[in-house]
Structure formats: C-alpha cells, structure tokens
Design a protein around this ligand. Structure first.
Ligand SMILES: Nc1ncnc2c1ncn2[C@@H]1O[C@H](COP(=O)(O)OP(=O)(O)OP(=O)(O)O)[C@@H](O)[C@H]1O
Ligand SMILES: [Mg+2]
Length: 396
C-alpha cells in the first residue's frame, strides 16, 4: 500500500500544498519548525482521521483560517482510493473515501494503516497508563473493527455510570437496579476487550523482542506485562464489592479503563531503570512490532513514518534500521531530518525510488538526488515513464 499524492489546505503551517510522492523512500528535510513533522502528521491524519500530536481540530487548522482539508490518493491492492478529511469551525469533521462520506469516522480506521515513530514515543514509557492503553487500543482498533466498536461502547457506558454515581451523590439517592444494569454492560463488554488485549499482547511480544535484540545488539530480556482487574477469576464479585467505594469516589474504580502495560528490561521497570538509549530502542522495537502485526493482519505493508528518528539513535542502531530498509522489510517510507546531509548519506547508496523534499516555512520543494543532478534528463524521463505507467511499482 502507498500514498501517491497528498493535498493540504490550511493544515497547521501549510496554507496549500500538493505533492507527488515516491512509492518507496520519501525524505523530508528542513530546518527546525519548518513543517516536517506537520507533513507526517497530515499523512497520519488521513489514515486515522486525527492528528498524532494535537487533540483538537483548533490546533490542526492554520491559525485564523475557517477550515482545513487533507486529501490523499492511496494505492492498495490494484486500486486507487481518494480519501479526504475536512473540518470547518463549528461543524463536524467529514471523512470521505472516493467521495462517499462515512457515517461514523471509526469506519475508516484500519483501511490505510500507518505506523509513526516519533521523538515523543518515550512518553509511552514515562507517561501515565492512559497513553499505553491508547497506544495498544490504537493498534487493536486498526486490526479489529469489533474491538473498536466494543471500546466506543464501553467508554460510553462508563461515562453514563460515572454520571449516575455523581447524580446519586448530588441528589442523595440510590437506585441499585439502574447501577446494576450499567455494571452488567461494563462487565460483558469489558471482559471481551480484556481477552483481546491479552491475546494481542501474546502475539506482539515475540516480534517486539526480536526487534529489540536486533536493534540493540544485546541479549537483554525485554517484556511487557499486562495487568487488569479482569485477570482475577472473581472479577465480577470484586466489581460488585467495589460499589461502596465507587459511590464515595463518584466514579467507577474497577474495569479495563484501569488496565496497564508494564514495560520491563531484565525484569526491572524500563521507566525507572532503563537508560535513555534503552528506552528509545524499546519504543522503536515496539513500533516495529506494531508494523509486523499490522502487516500480518492486513496482508499489506503499512506506511512507515519516521520522524526525527536518526537524532535518537547511535550509528549501530541507524545501521540496523538501514539494513531493514535495504532488505525491503518496509513498504513506503517517510523520513524527516533537520540535517539533510545525514539523510542523504544514509539513503544515498540504498537502491529504490527516492524523493527528497525540502521544507521551508510551510512550502515544500522537491530537490534532485545527487545522481539526478548530474543527469537531469534521466530524472525527467523517469517522471514521464511513471506518468505513462502509473501502476508500475511492485505492490505486496
Ligand atoms: N495550527 C497552526 N497554524 C499555523 N502554524 C502552525 C500550527 N500548528 C503548528 N504550526 C507551526 O508549525 C511549525 C512546526 O512545524 P513542525 O513541528 O512540523 O516543525 P519541524 O519541521 O518538524 O521542526 P523540528 O525539526 O523542530 O522537529 C511551527 O512553526 C508552528 O508554529
Ligand atoms: Mg519535527
């Protein structure tokens, strides 16, 4: 699968942008604050219908503009798909696939999978459990539409149950039948989600360990332990026994919204004992495992977005990642770097179709590769060939 074209209007610092992309390697270069990460985020947005970095559309729309549009032409299993996401202040976001709007945005999730590796990823280790749940939920939702439906449902019932607990406290009332009906729904849906979370983690861990050891060149034991109230056999009675506590605290204290994933190196918490380098390798291995699992499930290679990744890695680890690129382990790749010479030297000798883009204050220009600079005609011919045969790139 690949993204062939992208078009942006008023997305973050891009007023208007149209780009033809390489089916293989796209290097996005430019100084700090120029818009490199924003461009990757726009690709992420087309896949997931939201930004990876900002939680509201107000942050995504260009300052003082009334609306934003992201549009992309994807190529998947011999077919083109035009996806557009638009949002206007005061209105609901609209996502269309080949001009047909989705009724629910969640229906779009999983069709055009992407994996983003960014400098913020170590927050997964250092941050609150909510970030880890959101990360694993994100992958599961891309793989399993029923999981996403259950999750949306669970969160809806949870909000209702919490509102009810608050209402009891405010009005000094109590209705056990009503509370029970919410509890039963939470327990049923929650247990399904718990089972899927634990099965998924079992499938992910072998990929993760392999990538960690490959990247670090070390034989440290890495592990992820999943903890949940639902892992107790008596989870139902524990849930009901917590009623008094729930009433006092006016919120639901038991359930999968309290689950956590514990990251460990040699049986010690990565958060407290992992070095910075180990933590970085940990999250990169986790994202590469995400890539593997999505590839297996979807039978296609997700788009890989590598934001500032080289800044975070030593030469050995860069070498290991480059080996994967050379071995064509990845499909379409987008890489950002504020140091153009470093990216050019890493990718210069790698076979494959490459494009270099230079970003400057929200404007993007395509720059020629070293070889193309010497033979400009060849570059032009290749462009023309591609126009004649738009589908000439091997697709998984
Ligand atoms: N909604 C918005 N409207 C206008 N500009 C925005 C908006 N959101 C972010 N920006 C601008 O986008 C720029 C940041 O872009 P981005 O994060 O893509 O930079 P970058 O090239 O990745 O930089 P670095 O190399 O530091 O990572 C900043 O100048 C920021 O002010
Ligand atoms: Mg950036």
């Amino acid at each position: 699968m690949r993204l062939e074209k992208i078009h942006l209007l008023n997305f973050k610092n891009y007023e208007e942008l149209s780009l033809d992309l390489s089916p293989q390697i796209n290097c996005i270069l430019g100084e700090n604050g120029s818009g490199k990460t924003n461009l990757l985020d726009a690709i992420y947005y087309l896949s997931v219908t939201k930004s990876a970095f900002s939680s509201t559309e107000q942050q995504n729309v260009r300052h003082d503009e009334p609306y934003l549009l992201t549009k992309g032409v994807f190529f998947k299993q011999d077919q083109h798909y035009t996806v557009s996401c638009s949002w206007q202040r005061g209105q609901k976001k609209q996502v269309k696939n080949d001009r047909i709007p989705y009724e629910k945005l969640s229906e779009h999730i999983g069709h055009f999978p992407v994996v983003l590796i960014s400098p913020d990823d170590t927050d997964l280790i250092r941050g609150a459990s909510e970030l880890r749940r959101r990360f694993f939920d994100g992958i599961l939702s891309q793989i399993d539409a029923d999981y996403l439906t259950d999750l949306i449902n669970y969160n809806h019932v949870l909000r209702q149950r919490n509102a009810l607990l608050k209402q009891f406290a405010d009005r000094n009332t109590y209705d056990s039948d009503l509370l029970d009906s919410y509890s039963d729904q939470l327990l049923d849906v929650g247990y399904r989600l718990y089972q899927k979370r634990s099965e998924f983690l079992k499938a992910l861990i072998p990929h993760f360990s392999l990538h960690y050891n490959n990247l670090s060149g070390q034989k440290e034991e890495v592990d992820i332990r999943y903890t949940s109230h639902f892992s107790e056999e008596s989870y139902r009675s524990v849930f009901y026994n917590a009623y008094r506590k729930d009433l006092v605290l006016q919120r639901t204290t038991q359930g999968i919204h309290r689950d956590d994933y514990h990251f460990q190196i040699n049986e010690y918490p990565t958060k407290r004992y992992g070095s910075q380098g180990q933590q970085k390798s940990f999250v990169i291995a986790l994202k590469l495992a995400q890539f593997d699992v999505l590839r297996e499930e979807k039978k296609l290679k997700p788009i890989l977005l590598l934001d500032d990744i080289f800044d975070k890695l030593d030469d050995f680890r860069i070498g290991k990642l480059t080996e994967m690129v050379v071995a064509h382990s990845f499909g379409q790749l987008f890489v950002t770097d504020a140091r153009p010479e470093r990216t050019r030297s890493i990718f210069g000798n790698i076979e494959g179709e490459k494009k270099y883009f230079t970003v400057h204050r929200g404007e993007v220009t395509e720059t020629l590769t070293e070889g193309e600079k010497d033979q400009p005609d060849q570059h032009q011919n290749r462009q023309q060939d591609r126009q004649r045969e738009p589908n000439n790139v091997a697709e998984e």
